[in-house]
Design a protein around this ligand. Structure first.
Ligand SMILES: Nc1nc2c(ncn2[C@@H]2O[C@H](COP(=O)(O)OP(=O)(O)O)[C@@H](O)[C@H]2O)c(=O)[nH]1
Ligand SMILES: [Mg+2]
Length: 459
């Protein structure tokens, strides 16, 4: 257990609300409370009270009554920070919270840095760094799936997996080292073949984990969904229909949308970053030309393309160009305006592309539900079941995991090239250290500081 000074901060949002919470953590938190808190029964000393008890009373700054509060006592190590912690629940005014905080500080606490409570939980060994980072992700989760992924990481699913990898690597390194030190008693005969298999299995598991990153990123940031199509196909109408509001201008004039419009959409537990674009066609209009080239750029970076076709109008060379943009992409072809006499059939599209085709009428609100289900299906096989499987949602973790992967690949190639065994250990340790950074081992203090500084105050 480390010994730190006592810190304090307002933990609730800096706005007027029902309740405000001032959080105090560190060795002096109970004694500070005794100096400013007068319980209903004035004979009670807070420092003598058992952990996990709640007490009613008043907070004073000297003689001045500040507020009527209840206080929560949590003794270390069974608290968020693993230190003695006090939470003062006061009325949720900004001024009253600030006054109480000032009083706490006057009595010897220091104002906490952003993320410092969580940092202490980490430094005191209650949680690893991946869990600490998950705290922030939980707070910032914008959709149900992101929340599930963050909570799973908070519970330690990623850290457990990483520790398992590390244990295996350490075991092999230790074995190698002892064999090299004591060749008379420990034989390395056949070891290269054996460790090669171990590495193969490890690399496979790492790949499975790395492959979750794309989904993880999309869950966290939203699936970048670009609506493409010829002018007047109904792209802006689709955008509006999905959003449930008249966000984009819709007219029967081709070339209405020229710039990219971006909106977030929350769909059955997942988030879409929805982009409406200018219709793709050959045009003399300069502004429209820019719009078209922007649409193409967006299409390249898209996670998903919704290609809207006006099925009442026959396909032309612009459609061929768009179909080209869909190659190697996740895409759905939407045959819109099914309420009109249609000339483009599903079969016709299927001859040109393997992407799923849906007939719909945005105007009549027909087929939209089907579209939403298809999107779910396309990305998450329709299921939202990542409750216990660890997932990578954080770029820092991804980079560390890739570094570990590369180091293990180096070991494999040393084996293949018939290098002596002592060559393996450096890269094994490289992988071990890289993995360690995910959970906050083998990491410089400045980097750790950097990570926690992105937190909010009071957390
Ligand atoms: N009949 C019919 N008209 C539609 C449908 N969807 C869009 N439209 C009309 O098609 C025209 C062009 O729509 P808009 O959304 O601006 O197309 P965009 O150029 O692709 O953005 C407008 O007059 C819309 O009302 C549909 O499903 N059926
Ligand atoms: Mg439009």
């Amino acid at each position: 257990m480390n010994h730190f000074d006592t810190i304090a901060a307002i933990a609730t949002a800096m706005a007027h609300g029902g309740i405000g919470i001032i959080r105090v953590s560190g060795e002096a938190s109970f004694s500070i409370l005794d100096k400013i808190f007068c319980p209903k029964n004035p004979d009670k000393q807070m420092s003598d009270q058992p952990s996990y008890t709640i007490h009613y009373g008043n907070i004073y700054d000297g003689e001045e009554l500040l507020d009527e509060v209840i206080v929560l006592l949590m003794k270390g190590p069974h608290s968020y920070t693993a230190e003695d912690t006090v939470e003062i629940d006061c009325h949720g005014g900004i001024l009253v919270q600030q006054r109480i905080l000032e009083t706490v500080i006057k009595q010897g606490a220091r104002l906490a840095e952003p993320g410092e409570f969580t940092q202490r939980a980490f430094l005191n060994g209650r949680i690893d760094l991946s869990q600490a980072e998950a705290v922030m992700d939980v707070i910032q989760s914008g959709n149900q799936m992101a929340l599930q992924a963050s909570v799973s990481q908070l519970k330690g699913s990623l850290g457990d997996k990483v520790r398992k990898f590390r244990e295996q690597i350490l075991y092999e390194t230790a074995f190698l080292e002892s064999a090299l030190d004591d060749p008379e008693h420990i034989s390395l005969d056949g070891y290269s073949e054996r460790i090669f298999e171990v590495l193969k299995q490890l690399l496979l598991e790492m790949k499975v984990l790395l492959d979750t990153f794309e989904n993880g990123r999309m869950i966290k940031e939203g699936i970048k969904t670009v609506i493409l199509g010829r002018p007047n196909a109904g792209k802006s109408s689709l955008m509006n229909a999905l959003l449930g509001e008249e966000r984009a201008i819709v007219t029967e004039i081709a070339g209405t949308t020229r710039d990219i419009l971006e909106e977030s959409l929350y769909l059955n537990g997942i988030s879409l970053k929805l982009l409406d674009t200018a219709g793709i066609r050959e045009t003399e209009d300069l502004v429209e030309q820019i719009g078209v080239s922007r649409a193409k750029e967006q299409a390249e970076a898209a996670d998903l393309i919704l290609y809207v076709v006006d099925s009442s109008d026959k396909l032309d060379e612009s459609d061929e160009k768009i179909l080209n943009l869909l190659k190697d992409k996740k895409a759905l072809v939407l045959l819109n305006k099914s309420d009109l006499d249609t000339v483009v059939t599903e079969e016709q599209i299927r001859e040109k592309t393997d992407h799923p085709v849906i007939s719909l009428s945005v105007k009549e609100r027909q087929g939209l539900k089907n579209l939403e289900e298809m999107i779910q299906e396309l990305f998450f096989q329709g299921k939202i079941s990542l409750k216990n499987e660890p997932m990578i949602t954080n770029l820092r973790h991804k980079n560390a995991l890739e570094e570990a992967q590369n180091s293990l690949l180096m070991v494999q190639s040393s084996i293949e090239q018939g290098m002596p065994e002592d060559f393996y250990t450096i890269d094994l340790m490289g992988a071990y250290d890289a993995l360690g950074r995910i959970i906050g081992k083998e990491m410089g203090e400045d980097l750790i500081q950097e990570i926690f500084s992105r937190f909010c105050t009071g957390k």
